[in-house]
Every structure is written in C-alpha cells, then in structure tokens.
Design a protein around this ligand. Structure first.
Ligand code: DON
Length: 560
C-alpha cells in the first residue's frame, strides 16, 4: 500500500520535474530581472513591442523611479554596461558629481568630521546623473521614441500602484526622517499621518508632471526650466550647494570597460569610478591558481581563499581607487597576474593575515598624486544591458524636491570625507577618493556582462554597498566553477570581507557550525550580516534566457 502511494506521488510529480529547468525561470526571446515586478513588466512590454535592451533599460530605470523610491531614481545616478549582439561593449557612467563649490573638508568642522552632513539633508546631495545618462543611452542605442519609454512610468506615477508589504515597511522605517524636510513630508508621509500599509494606493502626481517634462523636453526637462528651478530652490532653502551651473554642466561619460579573463570566460565590467571592476579582477586573479572545485562550494578552505583575496583587494581599493578623471588609477597593473600573485605571497592556507598587518600593495612606479538597485535585460537579438542605479542610502538624503516630487541622493557620503574615517558602509578611503569640485565619488556598484566563446552567458549586478562587489564575484564563481543556474547562484549563501573592519561577514544561518569552527581556527572573526541583492540573467546551454532574482528581496523576472 505504502509503495503504491509513493509510486503514485512519483508519477504525479514526474511531469512537473521534467518541465523544470533547474531553479531558474526561463524565457525564449527576451527577459528583465529587476527588484520590482511592475518595473520588470514595463521592460518586458517594451521588449515585446520590438524595443531593444537599451530601450527596455531606459523604461525600467524610469519605472523604478516611481515604484522603488528608496533606490530607483531620477535624483541619483548609476552605471550601465551594454553589449550589443555584434560583440561591441560600452559602459556609461552617469554617476553623480560633487557640486562646483564642494571642497575637500566640507564636512569637517573644527577638526571633527560631521558624519551626519554627508548622509542626510541637502549638503549630502551630489549633482544627479540619471536623466542625462538615459538621454545619452537613448541617443546612442535607442530605437523607440524617447517619450514612449517614459510613458509607462508617468502612468504609474499618475494612477498610483499598491504598496507591497516591504515597500510599506520601508517607507514606515523612514517617516521620522521624511518629517524633517518639507518636500519629503508632502510626498512620503501617509495621508492620515499614521503608517503605510500593504495595499495602500501610492500616487505621485508631481513626479508624473516632472516625468512628463522629461518626456517632452529630454535633458532640458530636468537640468533646465521648472524642475531645475525647483531643485535649486530646495537647495537654497535647506543649505545645499547645487546651483543652476552645476545642473547645466552635468554630463555622463562613455568609458571603455575593464576586461578580465578567467578560465575561458571574458568579463566586461564597469571601470572606475566603480571600484568593483578592479576588485573583482584582483580577487579572481588571486583565486585562480587554487583548486576551487576540489575544495568544494562552501568549504572552509574555499571561503578562506576567497576571504583572504577579498581582504587584499579591498586594502588596495582604499588606496588606489578614485574618479579616473581626477586621479590616475593603475588599472592594468592592479589587475595583472604578476601583481596579484605577489599580493598572495603573504597568504597562508592555515591562518588569516590580520588586516592591521596588511596595507595596500606596491604598484611599481606608481606616483601618489594625491540602497541601490540593479536590473539585467537581454532582448531577442541578444543585446544585453545591466544597470545599477542608486540614491546611495535608502531614500537617499531624504530631501525631496518640492513641486517636482522626487528624492535626491546622499551620494556625497561615498567620498572619503576624512581619510581614515569610515563611511556609512565602514569603507576607508584616502586621497584618491577625497572631495573635489566636479569629481565623482568612488562606487562599489558593478554591473557586469560575462561572455564565453564570444557569446553572452551572464548579465549581473547587485545592490548592497561594498557587498555588491563580493556578491557579484561569488555569483560568477557559482556559475563558472560550480555550474549553478541563475536562481541557484543568487540564492546560494555568500560571504563578505572588506579588509576593514577585519570581520568575515556571512549570510545568517548559512554556514554550518563545523565550517564556522574551521574558519575560526584559521583566525577569522565571523559575524552574520546581510549580503546584497542580485538580479541576474544567464544563458542556458540550450540557448534560453535563465532569470535569477534574489530571494533576499522583492525581485521579479518577466520575459517572453
Ligand atoms: O555606489 C556605491 O557604492 C553606493 N552608493 C551603493 C549603495 C548601496 O548599494 C546601498 N544599497 N543597497
């Protein structure tokens, strides 16, 4: 009888099991993986209408500015990596810039770093780059009418959408800070002054108007005219320093990607001012000589080699990395096999190299001159786009532009405001990343496209400050070394080490007590922590698009 029961269950489950392609969702023609269902659906519609991956990316970026106000934005910035089906790769840097009247010690009063000023309020705001970035991306690669890419976002702002549980909770956690600012009080407090609830209709009329200006006037809909006046008014009222000249002068920049070879894969990464490209290249080069498969996924030895490589790469990050327009970053030296194998001379399989005994490495001849969101898109022709975009902290500076309905970033905190004093992510920095007018603050955001045999196999990126770098790295290794699919790779446990503080962070409850003991025996100090959120696409062996969303967030993949 029991056997019969199990046989029946086996036959019931069999068709389901054989229809599955692993943990991931798969699509035949085009797909979008983002942090929000409505935004992914907007991207899918653009792809279905015949738009390419860049068209879809622009539409998703604007949709996220409406449906994910804590990170999606027009008041922030970001990075885009694009690979066309013909193999061309390009990256767009639409990172915020320091205002013209910003200065190195602007957050230091009487010798003391005023940490709050770079994190909250008008002085924390960098000159926004998102709208210029989208305009430039459209001019170079767009195929659909500009306006039609913003219309879905306008509708979402105009008609509203119902808040998910985590969106309501996210807003509620910041109500006290919104109350400090007039604009934010108008837009981001619940009407009855209690709390937001799941299912509440969230309408943003002023934002709809701003998006309509951008749809009608392009760049001038944001950096000139009414919206620019409103940004400058908000700055003047709250002690900020962004002027009309800052807005006029803002320009995003096309940059050549950093490329890395690893075991038959070619990776294309966002170059500085993203620090992620150099860090990922370094960590891969440090790990490459070790028998990673043999050590095994999640083993103490594998995690140890990885953590020690991360430690060294982050020590270099804090010294060498900054805006390449202001500071010479020795990219090819830092990412070379020789440099990184020398960096591992002090490595021991049995014990840690304590961070206080480890500084940056020596690049020969080097002269010292001194809440984010990611989405991935592949279209039916095989064009691929990854965008990571942010206001920095959740809801940025909490300053919303009165009349224009959107939040401004607090990206200035990504500069090292005082060398040796950690920023909100505990990251240390030096002169390379000090504040200068019009300079871009160093970032950990790292959209990446991986190819094999000349074909895209992965589009990836993440949210989570410095954990972005280590999450993207591990996700790539999950695919390249351990043959996981997109969803499995996203869900897998992760670790994070950033040199300082000298702590090995790990996904809560995902390391076995045995592994923890083995790592502690080598000298690691372990602490559970959050470990970033990834939205990725991978191409399966039979040519389908596999989509992964991070189970640690609200992500959603849509496609056809
Ligand atoms: O650019 C950076 O490195 C940071 N502003 C990213 C912030 C972030 O990822 C917050 N995330 N969830």
């Amino acid at each position: 009888m029991r056997h019969l029961f199990f046989l029946l269950i086996f036959f019931i489950l069999q068709p389901v099991a054989s229809a599955q392609t692993g943990w991931q969702k798969t699509f035949d023609h085009g797909a979008v993986s983002s942090a929000d269902q409505l935004a992914s659906e907007v991207g899918k519609q653009i792809l279905m209408q015949g738009g390419n991956a860049v068209d879809a990316a622009i539409a998703v970026q604007f949709a996220l500015a409406v449906t994910l106000p804590r990170a999606g934005n027009i008041g922030g910035g970001g990075f885009m990596v694009v690979r066309l089906a013909d193999g061309t790769v390009n990256t767009l840097d639409f990172r915020e810039k320091a205002p013209l009247s910003a200065s190195r010690d602007m957050y230091i009063k009487e010798g003391e770093y005023q940490s709050r000023l770079s994190k909250d309020g008008a002085l924390a705001v960098g000159v926004p780059g998102t709208v210029d970035g989208m305009v430039q991306a459209h001019q170079k690669y767009g195929t659909m009418e500009w306006k039609s890419l913003i219309e879905p976002a306008i509708k979402l702002a105009e008609n509203g959408y119902s808040l998910s549980y985590s969106q309501a909770a996210g807003l509620n956690a910041h109500l006290d800070r919104f109350r400090n600012y007039t604009g934010a009080s108008v837009y981001f407090l619940p009407k009855n002054d209690s709390l937001f609830s799941e299912g509440d209709l969230f309408v943003q009329k002023d934002l709809a108007q701003t998006l309509t200006f951008i749809a009608d006037l392009g760049r001038d809909g944001f950096y000139a005219g009414e919206v620019a006046d409103e940004i400058v008014n908000e700055m003047n009222n709250l002690g900020g320093i962004i002027t009309h000249e800052d807005l006029n002068k803002y320009e995003s920049v096309w940059r050549a990607p950093v490329t890395v070879d690893f075991r038959g894969y070619k990776l294309y990464l966002m170059p500085p001012p993203s620090s992620g490209s150099v860090a990922i290249a370094q960590i891969l080069k440090m790990m490459e000589p070790y028998p990673l498969e043999e050590m095994g996924f999640g083993s103490a030895d594998y995690l140890h080699v990885m953590a020690e490589s991360m430690r060294r790469a982050f020590a270099d990050r804090s010294f060498y990395l900054g805006d390449p327009d202001f500071w010479e970053v020795p990219i090819s030296e830092l990412t070379s096999v020789e440099y990184n194998s020398e960096r591992m001379n002090s490595f021991s399989m049995d014990s840690v190299t304590p961070s206080e005994t480890l500084s940056h490495g020596d690049v020969p001849g080097y002269q010292e001159s001194t809440e984010t969101t990611h989405f991935s898109i592949i279209d039916r022709d095989g064009n691929a786009v990854g965008i990571t975009t942010t206001l920095n902290g959740s809801f940025g500076s909490h300053v919303a532009v009165t009349g224009a309905g959107f939040l401004l970033n607090n990206e200035m905190d990504d500069f090292s405001a005082q060398p040796g004093v950690p920023n909100m992510f505990g990251l240390l920095g030096g002169e390379a990343n000090s504040i200068q007018p019009e300079k871009r603050m160093l970032s950990s955001m790292i959209p990446m496209i991986a190819t094999k045999d000349g074909k895209v196999v992965m589009v990836i990126g993440a949210a989570g400050g410095p954990r972005i770098i280590t999450a993207v790295l591990q996700n790539f290794l999950n695919m390249a070394v351990f043959e996981m699919d997109a969803q499995q790779a996203n869900a897998a446990p992760r670790i994070h080490h950033q040199w300082m503080p000298d702590i090995l962070f790990y996904d809560r409850l995902t390391l076995s007590p045995d592994t923890i003991r083995l790592l502690e025996a080598k000298g690691h100090k372990l602490r559970p922590s959050s470990v970033a959120r990834i939205h990725s696409l991978m191409i399966t062996e039979d040519g389908k698009i596999g989509a992964g969303v991070d189970p640690r967030g609200d992500g959603y993949a849509a496609g056809f």
